[in-house]
Design a protein around this ligand. Structure first.
Ligand code: NAP
Length: 296
């Protein structure tokens, strides 16, 4: 589930490359036919909320990976609780029904049932559902994920092209961006590692940046360096509210609340290295797919 998304496409490609048969369930098969170039991938059309669809897609599988998530609520059935929690309840029932015991839940760093935003709270609730189930679960909690076609660096680079300076909410929040290839590899490794059952992994890149540093770096690598202006809290909240009315909702009050906690891994938590993965640095990763400007 969620195998057509940004992380899902990378995870599917790695699983196929490693010799696994992969089934991807999507509500829009026609838009995701590109995935069919992967030789052992089956693309199944259907809404995971439809009774029977999920169980049918899971039938015969060794493991289920849940990569479904929304960063903002959408009007058409895309509420946080519905997408994050109810779908997980449904997926757990379907997995138990067809006898698939291995379940990988891709959550988010700082997901907590008492988190500051609905995004983090519902991610936390979903984790608890998975942990309380009788499934052989593993939870992955990535920080902000970057990579080709991501929602973060690419969108920011486009925005920076359009503006003389960027007003920024929460400029001092700290983030440890993790490369999508490393997250995809973590999905593969936990599936292949029986010792990962019952464990949660925090996935971070090797360096911590403030949001201000991140935006500055992305502008530099993309060849559009711009001054970054930290906004006072009242202005930031107002901007978050106004941006909810822009088509595609590029930012929201809930995103603003999510940014009230540092998105960095705990020093003692198992992460990429525990899975034998050496994290890719942001600058190396960005230059691989975005580089055009000043390298300094
Ligand atoms: N990207 C990040 O920086 C980041 C950071 C931390 C955690 N995460 C988490 O990692 C997971 C994957 O993220 P991503 O960036 O790959 O997400 P994405 O590109 O937005 O893809 C989301 C996937 O969820 C499915 N989906 C969305 N809304 C749905 C709905 N209402 N009902 C059923 N399916 C729905 C979509 O499938 P179809 O449209 O094909 O049906 C799509 O494949 C998510 O849970 C996300 O919260 C991501």
């Amino acid at each position: 589930m969620g195998g057509t998304g940004f992380i899902g496409r990378h995870a599917a490609a790695r699983l196929v490359a490693r010799g696994h048969d992969v089934t991807v369930l999507t509500r829009a098969r026609h838009r995701n036919r590109g995935l069919l170039v992967l030789p052992t991938l089956r693309l199944v059309d259907g809404d995971p909320f439809d009774p029977g669809t999920l169980a049918a897609a899971m039938l015969g599988a060794d493991a289920v990976v849940n990569l479904v998530g929304v960063i903002n609520e959408t009007r058409r059935g895309g509420g946080f609780r519905h997408v994050h929690v109810e779908l997980v309840e449904h997926a757990i029932s379907a997995a138990l029904e067809v006898g698939v015991s291995r379940f990988i839940q891709v959550s988010a760093l700082k997901a907590r049932r008492d988190g500051p935003s609905a995004y983090l709270r519902t991610k936390g609730d979903a984790e608890r559902k998975v942990q309380d189930s009788s499934l052989a679960w593993t939870i992955l909690q990535p920080s902000v994920v970057f990579g080709p076609e991501d929602d973060f660096s690419i969108r920011l680079a486009r925005l920076l092209r359009l503006v003389p300076a960027l007003p920024l909410t929460r400029p001092n929040v700290r983030i440890a961006p993790v490369f999508v290839g490393d997250v995809a590899e973590a999905v593969v490794r936990v599936i292949e590692t029986p010792g990962a059952i019952g464990n949660s992994y925090q996935l971070c890149g090797p360096r911590v940046y403030s949001l201000r540093e991140l935006v500055t770096l992305i502008g530099r690598v993309a060849g559009t360096p711009r001054p970054v202006l930290g906004l006072p809290e009242t202005m930031a909240k107002l901007l978050a509210h106004l941006m909810e009315f822009i088509p595609g909702k590029p930012f929201s009050r809930d995103n603003y609340l999510t940014l009230s906690v540092h998105n960095i891994c705990d020093s003692d938590a198992p992460g990429l290295r525990a899975l034998g993965i050496s994290p890719t640095g942001l600058e190396t990763g960005l230059r691989r797919y975005m580089g055009s400007g000043d390298d300094g």
